[in-house]
Every structure is written in C-alpha cells, then in structure tokens.
Design a protein around this ligand. Structure first.
Ligand SMILES: Cc1cc2nc3c(=O)[nH]c(=O)nc-3n(C[C@H](O)[C@H](O)[C@H](O)COP(=O)(O)OP(=O)(O)OC[C@H]3O[C@@H](n4cnc5c(N)ncnc54)[C@H](O)[C@@H]3O)c2cc1C
Length: 484
C-alpha cells in the first residue's frame, strides 16, 4: 500500500495555512491545529485589521490634503468635534465594526479554501507530544481542546507556526480600554482624543499616522533618535518630517518606563522622569514568540535567547522531522515570508524541488502616509560594506504626476552594482509605494540592469516614471564613469 505522509501543522496563520495548502496539493494527509481561527494573527488582529483601519485613514489624509491643495470645497460641513477646523470626521465604532467583519470573513474564506483542499482543521492548543519520536519514526502532537479532552495525532513531519503576541512592559499593563495593545484597538467605539503611542517601529508608526489622520491628537514616544530605526534613514526622515508638519508630537530619545491609568486619563512616565498625559495609550514595544509550553526542549527543538525557534533556509529545526515557519522563528516578521517559509518546509518534507529562502528579494512596506516600500540591499548594507553598490535618490517633487496630484514628499532610491549596473535594491517613499516597488522587485529578482529598467516604457505622467528616471541617471553616471 502506498504510504501517505502525515503532516501536522501547529498554528493556522500564513505560515501554517499556506503550508497546509501546498502539502495537500502534494498528496499529504494534513491536519492544522489552531486555537484562534485560521488566518492567524495576520488576519484576525494584526495585518488585515490594521490595513483596513488605515484604508479609512488614507481617505481622511487625501481629503485633508486635497482641501488645501486641490481646491476641494465642502459646503455646509459640520465641524469635527475633535478638530473644529475639519469638516469631515470618522465614526470609529463603524470603522471598527467593518474591520472586524472583514477579518472574520477572511478567516472564514481561508477555512473554506483549506477544507476544500482536503485539510483537516482542529480547534485547540497544539504541542509536541512528550513521547517524542515514535517507534515508526513518526512524531506525536497533542491537542488540548476546548472541552478539556486531549487528542493525540501521529505525524511524519510537524510544522510549528505559532506566531507572536504583543510584548508587555511590567509597569504598563494593557487594560483594553485606556491602555491598549495593538490587538485591542478595534473594540474602541470612540476616537481617542489624545493618543500616546509608545514605540516608533513599524507598528507604532503605522498606528500613530493612522490615528493622526482619523483626527486624534497623537504623541509618538520613541526611544531612538528617529522614528523607524530599522528603515532607510532618508525615508524615516521624510516620514518624521511629515508627522511633525501634520501636528504630531514626536518625542525622540524618550523611553517610556511606566503607564498608569488615572480615571479617564493615562499617565506615561519617561526614563528621565518626565510625565506625559493623554486619554489613551497604545503600546507598540515589540513582540514575544509563542514558543513556551510547546514541548520544544523535550523534543530537541533549539530556540535562541529570545525564544525564537532556530531554523535553516529550508525551515528545518534542530529536531529531525520538525519544521518551523513565520514570526515564531524571528527570521523576517512578514506574512509573505511566513507563507514562503511554510511552503518551503512542505516542499522539503515531501521531497519536492525546493529553493532555500532568499531574504534579499523580499519586498516590504510601511503603511504610513507616505508609504515606505523597500526591496533588496539597503543603505545600511552599502554603508557597512556588505554590498558594493552605487546609490541614487530622486525626489518625487520633480515628477509631473506628483505635481498634478499635489504630492510633495517622497522619493525613489535605487542601488546598483558599480560595474554591471545590476539593480540590487530600492526604496520608494510615496503614496501607494507598496504598488510602485514591484518594478524594482522584478529588477532585483531577475538581475536586471539600470539600463534595462531605464529603457522600459512607463506611462506618462506616472509616479513610476521616477523609477525609470532614477535608473537612467544611474546608467548615465555608470557610462560617464566608464568613459573617464
Ligand atoms: C499590527 C501589525 C500589522 C502588520 N501588518 C503586516 C502587513 O501589512 N504585511 C505583512 O506582511 N505583515 C504584517 N504584519 C506581520 C504579520 O502579521 C506576521 O508576519 C504574520 O502574522 C506571521 O504569520 P505566522 O503564520 O507566523 O503567525 P500568526 O499570523 O501570528 O498565526 C499564528 C497562529 O497560531 C496560533 N497559535 C499559537 N500558539 C498555538 C498553539 N500552541 N496551538 C495552536 N495554535 C496556536 C495563533 O492563535 C495564531 O492563530 C503585521 C504585524 C502587526 C503586529
């Protein structure tokens, strides 16, 4: 009888469910165990809800800027309660109900797709069985179910994709009303009047920008010199400048020590003793991997000092037959990377052709206004000598379409190898940079040269014209360099 490989996946986020689909297509018998619902945090609390909220924020920003710049008039507008100068406002309760509806619908769609593919979905908390490796070489996964029963599943290979949860500071415990983790903001019925966002990484910056656009008075507390310390420095500078210009109070080099609720207000105490107050505080100080109580140590699955599961480029852990994918590995905390790691794990486990994970072609985006999209090698890689590349930055200010649209902030930046002109990276800071980065991703992924990018037609007028123009200028520079 033909042996069917049994795969058990713990965690149903992008790392888990995308792996399940691939494994089922490759003929395996697949079970996904998830405690919250398929789609994971990506769909239920993080990625999808935040981008849905940002969709409303984006309309507000467009309106605000059009009002001044493009000559839009609103007749008989009732002033906004938070900011009387504004004539449009948001009904946050309605926005949040839409956010939650969309998230649940997407989780439902994923469950249907996965079930249709023949995957068994089990609701419960999964962990590696204490029995370890079975006599037949299989492993055991135990599932703690809501009714208190424990189900034991045998697997030829196990994938752990349990994600992360928000990190909490001991003296800043979220209460879900005034002191909030990012997973709790969608229960708010009213817009926070004065919102303090602690943490200026991607999550902090996205929420700070969104609530500012929705009408809150926002203070952004950053422990670093500037916002978005992990991003391209020129891009972070543009964003910080835009934030300040729109009235956000950006506090650099300010570490929050504690957050207290006092009645209907919050008090944030900084490391230098300064106290700032607001009506709400959103904590965005990083995340903790969901890797405790999974039986990892007993199973021989190694973790690093932060509790993230150590994996190689085909998602293998230190225990044979156990793979891991997604945020719980800390490799690159993006839904797209989680999904790719999960698929790679299944190709490897099921003996299919497998390409090891290549992080140098990952495109990522910060969903602020303007957006910041990045692919390939970065300014930091070039300045520390990791990559020998020339760099060009072309402000959008000179782009004809940008002028027509009233866009003043942003740029296109390209990195290319000095000899061959092969494009190795890029940054776009612009509205919808997440869409504009794709042409640079294609160039990076396919080793295209600046000449090839420059000679590809772009629409006139278009923001993507700036990508071609940046490539053209780098190409000219390369030719002049060769001629001199
Ligand atoms: C606010 C925010 C916005 C983001 N926006 C984006 C974005 O725009 N684009 C992007 O690419 N990425 C974004 N991310 C990152 C993205 O959400 C993660 O990279 C992605 O969710 C990782 O997927 P995953 O499969 O590893 O884990 P998750 O999506 O976290 O899924 C893990 C699942 O495992 C379940 N689980 C945990 N432990 C167990 C257990 N023992 N048994 C059973 N089930 C368990 C959890 O309940 C969860 O359902 C964002 C993150 C945050 C915080």
């Amino acid at each position: 009888m033909e042996h069917v490989t049994r795969i058990v996946i713990i965690g149903g986020g992008p790392g888990g469910y995308e792996a399940a689909l691939v494994a089922a297509q490759l003929g395996a018998e697949v079970t996904v165990v998830d405690r919250d619902g398929l789609g994971g945090s990506a769909v239920l609390t993080d990625c999808v809800p935040s981008k849905t909220l940002i969709a409303t924020a984006e309309v507000m920003t467009t309106f605000d800027s059009s009002y001044e710049e493009l000559g839009i008039l609103v007749a008989d507008g009732a002033p906004d309660a938070v900011d009387p100068a504004r004539v449009v406002g948001v009904d946050l309760g309605k926005v949040n109900r839409r956010v939650k509806r969309l998230a649940i619908a997407q989780s439902h769609d994923i469950t249907q797709a996965v079930t249709r593919a023949g995957v068994t979905v089990l609701r419960g908390r999964g962990r590696l069985g204490t029995g370890g490796q079975g006599l037949d070489g299989s492993r055991e996964v135990l599932v703690d179910q809501a009714d208190g029963s424990v189900e034991s599943l045998r697997a030829d290979a196990v994938l752990i994709a349990t994600g992360v949860r928000p990190r909490e500071l001991p003296d800043a415990q979220p209460d879900g009303e005034r002191i909030l983790a990012w997973t709790q903001v969608y229960d708010l019925e009213e817009l926070p009047r004065e919102l303090i966002v602690v943490g200026s990484g991607v999550t902090g910056a996205e929420f700070a920008g969104a609530y500012q656009a929705l009408g809150s008075n926002v203070t952004l507390v950053s422990s670093r010199d500037r916002v978005l310390p992990g991003e391209d420095p020129d891009a972070a500078e543009v964003l910080e400048d835009v934030f300040r210009r729109r009235g956000m109070n950006v506090m650099g080099r300010s570490r929050a020590e504690s957050v207290k609720r006092i009645g209907d207000r919050v008090e944030v105490t900084l490391a230098d003793g300064k106290v700032i107050t607001g009506t709400h505080c959103l904590m965005a100080v990083g995340s903790i991997p969901n890797t405790a109580d999974l039986g990892l140590e007993e199973a021989g699955v190694a973790v690093n000092d932060w509790g993230q599961i150590k994996v190689d480029r085909v998602s293998r852990t230190s225990a044979p037959g156990v793979y891991a994918a997604g945020d719980c590995t800390g490799v690159f905390m993006l839904a797209s990377v989680a999904a790719m790691q999960g698929r790679i794990a299944m190709y490897h486990a099921l003996g299919d052709a497998v390409q090891p994970l290549n992080l140098k072609t990952v495109a990522s985006n910060v969903f602020t206004d303007p957006e910041i999209a990045t692919v390939g090698y970065t300014h930091a890689d070039v300045s520390c000598g990791k990559m020998d590349a020339v760099e060009i930055k072309l402000p959008l200010r000179g782009n004809p379409r940008a002028k027509m649209q009233g866009i003043r902030d942003g740029f296109v930046k390209l990195f290319a190898r000095p000899g061959t002109g092969i494009v190795v990276g890029g940054v776009v800071v612009a509205p919808r940079a997440s869409e504009l980065i794709h042409s640079i991703s294609l160039a990076v992924d396919n080793n295209l040269t600046v000449e090839q990018v420059a000679n590809t037609f772009t629409v006139y007028p278009s923001l993507s014209g700036s990508t071609a123009e940046a490539a053209r200028q780098l190409h000219i520079r390369k030719r002049e360099g060769a001629g001199s």
